[in-house]
Design a protein around this ligand. Structure first.
Ligand code: ATP
Length: 288
């Protein structure tokens, strides 16, 4: 095999709780993660030596700061791969959106190189390497529906959540994940999301049970700074969404729809009202 093409799927957080602040400044979280069909595409090709990266978007770095590049470098070092690799990255996942765009590209490079160079690494071994690039990378390697604890790297595989249509919308504001976590006042959170209940609902295959527990404690910080997020959530819920929530530290909002036509209609209307929003209709993506 000389080349391989992979889809790197975005994630949303169906539920996100912050349990406590750790001494090292990180936060212990408890989240239900879900991959969605929206994806970047990566083509990996064997070359004689080195790492070459081509990115079709000016929003993501096209050098050694790109997580796809870092993943290739790390795996080459770890496994002593002498041959080179060229990576063509087609970005579709909005950048710095709260959908783990960089982490999922890194995960795809690790999985792709494992196959391309017949490295024989297990999923667990790939996750062990991936966590050095970011806490979300192990989840992106696994995909599907999962409970993430610790700093996001302790994963429990869950059955695939029931099929659902998702409208994602990213307003044109930038959010620093670090700032959001640092600004969060844990002592002021009166009611934490019922993540255990959501896990039960996933196991029971109850979309209603999942939707009724969709909450994200980080909204309290990001929405205060960017009222456009609140506006999009209300818009979606007034336009057919069973529930709308911010993903990760934001600013992306996603709405859960029963019907694809309703989601498409809402997306069209949203783009007329807010032309700067990046919107896409997609669906839950099952574990491959
Ligand atoms: P998370 O949900 O994990 O917090 P995010 O979706 O908010 O991540 P990313 O899209 O991963 O954020 O981008 C965060 C930063 O990472 C960007 O500012 C960008 O410069 C950098 N970056 C590095 N590699 C990539 C990549 N492959 N795709 C997008 N951004 C990348």
């Amino acid at each position: 095999m000389e080349s391989i093409e992979l889809a790197a799927y975005a994630k949303i957080n169906l539920g996100l709780d912050v349990v406590r602040r750790l001494e090292n400044g990180y936060h212990e979280v408890k989240m239900v993660m879900q991959t969605i069909g929206l994806h970047d595409t990566l083509r990996l090709e064997k070359t004689k030596e080195g790492i070459a990266l081509f990115v079709d978007s000016s929003e993501a770095p096209a050098d050694e700061n790109n997580l796809a590049y870092k993943a290739a470098h790390l795996l080459k070092e770890h496994c002593g791969v002498a041959e080179g690799i060229s990576i063509h990255l087609q970005k579709r996942i909005p950048v710095a959106a709260g959908m783990a765009g960089g982490s999922t590209d890194a995960a795809a490079v690790l999985k792709g190189m494992n196959r391309l160079f017949s490295l024989g690494l297990s999923e667990e071994e790939l996750c062990g390497i991936g966590v050095r690039l970011g806490a979300d990378v192990p989840y992106c390697i696994m995909g599907g529906t999962a409970l993430a604890e610790g700093i996001g790297e302790k994963l429990t595989v869950l059955p695939d959540a029931p099929d659902s249509v998702v409208l994602v919308a990213k307003p044109p504001v930038s959010v620093s994940t670090k700032y959001v976590y640092e600004t969060l006042r844990l002592s002021e959170i009166e009611k934490h999301p019922d993540i255990d209940g959501m896990v039960r609902a996933v196991r029971e295959g109850s979309l209603a049970g999942i939707v009724s527990r969709m909450e994200n404690v980080l909204e309290s910080v990001t929405e205060k700074e960017h009222s456009v997020i609140t506006g999009i959530k209300h818009f979606m819920e007034e336009n057919g969404a069973k529930k709308a929530l911010m993903s990760g530290s934001g600013p992306t909002v996603f709405g859960i729809y029963e019907d694809r036509a309703d989601a498409e209609k809402a997306a069209e209307k949203l783009l007329v009202r807010k032309p700067c929003v990046q919107a896409a209709v997609t669906a839950f993506q099952r574990k491959e």
